[in-house]
Design a protein around this ligand. Structure first.
Ligand code: AMP
Ligand code: GLY
Length: 425
């Protein structure tokens, strides 16, 4: 069958790489894709749901995968379901109502409270209860987490070390549109002290499977310092997420989340990404995302031995119970090479060389393009190099060797991916 992937990052390159291994995959398209997806698929520019829908009809697309959150939050899945000529086409991703779990932190907090899913205590602030919110801040322990409600490109969370800072952030978001409309509502949240991991659930709305766990490294600097990024590297599996911990995750979080969605009448066929904080061995939900993570996908999909096309079709047809997830043993790690300046203003159009010297690793392209037949950088996160190993040390050595082999002006990467997990292997 012909398959269309929407998106342009390392996550989408990893999907393309995995789909290409399926006997069910005929022609593969990625919109818009990057220089890496060109070797596996046809890159195509499609603007807007209508153009995407028409493309699917004209090219006999039998499966659509939506990589990033934005089209989901904007209702691409509803558009397919509600359009006569498109409703038969399997599209993986939640409807707009389901994507609200990522699109609105207030909604997701309310959802967790209603279904007794462990999460940080929070006050829901807006312009009308601002004074009450300012009073509430005074009752909180430090640090205080201030979160803009809507999508803010990963920047809408501020961890405040003083009451003054929390008050200023709240007022900046509510009154001065610091994050635009995303900050019309704000959560004031208790700080959870622990270690984070990403749990990915694939659900068809009735059944679910938990995919391999991953840990992402979000800050730009070694030792988790400096500003937040989209993610600087990832490791799978997560050493501390042992059977006892994962049983708690499944019982306390996954089951209630899927049951809650069903109870709300939300049609959710896709990936549910649960960002979890492990606080002294107990899991708390930090956030939900309605898609796979990036760069986590670049370590999760390589560890999945199943035919991903089969799993995607089973998701659409609500037949996930007929499958079991088969995880490759050992570790997979990825190190993200970024452009100088990222996550602030970064350089572009720098020539990339050395890919032919990458051995024992998979370079998943993110911000790359081809201009005048030359491979060059076009985004902040440029390439994620993934590698397998029997243990973490082995996988990381291969990822880092590949990271050193690829060259472009201003190349930067974290040197400590996975180090925090070494002790608990
Ligand atoms: P989010 O956009 O909700 O994923 O938040 C971004 C990052 O802020 C998370 O990955 C956490 O590292 C941190 N964070 C968010 N909420 C909390 C919390 N309640 N306690 C501690 N850290 C948090
Ligand atoms: N790596 C975190 C995310 O995809 O949101």
């Amino acid at each position: 069958m012909n398959i269309l992937i929407l998106g342009s990052g390392g996550r989408e390159h990893a999907f393309a790489w995995k789909f290409k291994q399926s006997k069910l995959c005929e022609k593969l398209y990625v919109s818009p894709g990057n220089a890496g997806t060109i070797s596996l698929a046809e890159n195509i520019i499609l603007n807007g749901f209508e153009e995407i829908g028409n493309f699917c009809i004209n090219n006999s697309i039998g499966l659509v995968i939506v990589g990033p959150e934005e089209p989901l939050v904007n209702g691409i899945v509803d558009y397919f379901y509600n359009t006569e000529t498109l409703k038969q086409i399997p599209i993986v991703g939640p409807t707009k109502a389901g994507a609200l779990l990522e699109g609105s932190k207030e909604f997701s907090k309310g959802f967790m409270e209603q279904y007794h899913i462990p999460t940080a205590k929070a006050f829901k602030a807006n312009k009308h209860n601002k004074n009450e919110a300012l009073e509430y801040i005074k009752t909180m322990d430090l640090p205080i987490v201030v979160k803009a409600d809507g999508l803010a490109a990963g920047k809408g969370v501020v961890i405040c070390k003083s009451y003054k800072e929390a008050e200023t952030e709240l007022i900046d978001m509510l009154d001065h549109a610091k994050f635009g409309e995303a900050g019309n509502k704000v959560l004031l949240e208790e700080f959870l002290d622990g270690i984070e991991l990403s749990v990915f659930v694939l659900t068809d709305g009735k059944h679910y499977h938990i995919l391999p766990t991953a840990k992402d490294y979000k800050r730009i600097g070694d030792g988790d310092t400096g500003p937040n990024t989209g993610g600087m590297g990832a490791v799978s599996p997560v050493t501390f997420a042992d059977a006892v911990f994962m049983q708690k995750v499944e019982e306390q979080i996954v089951k209630s989340s899927i049951a809650g969605l069903l109870n709300e009448g939300i049609d959710y066929k896709g990936f549910l990404f649960v960002g979890i904080m492990n606080v002294n061995g107990n899991p708390y939900v930090i956030e939900y995302n309605c898609r796979m993570g990036d760069p986590e996908t670049e370590v999760v999909l390589p560890r999945l031995e199943n035919d991903l096309v089969e799993l995607m079709l089973a998701t659409h047809h609500q037949k996930l119970q007929e499958h079991t997830i088969i995880e490759r043993s050992g570790f997979c790690t990825t190190v993200v090479l970024t452009s100088g300046g990222y996550p602030g203003n970064y350089d572009k159009e720098k020539t990339i060389t050395g890919l032919q010297n990458v051995v024992n690793a998979i370079p998943f392209h993110a911000g790359t393009s081809i201009k005048n037949e030359t491979l060059q950088t076009s985004g902040g996160r440029v390439i994620a190099v993934s590698a397998f190993g029997n243990d973490l040390t082995d996988a990381l050595a291969k990822s880092y060797k590949a990271a050193a082999a690829i060259e472009f002006e201003g190349k930067y990467y974290r040197k400590d991916i996975g180090q925090d997990l070494m002790l608990v292997q």
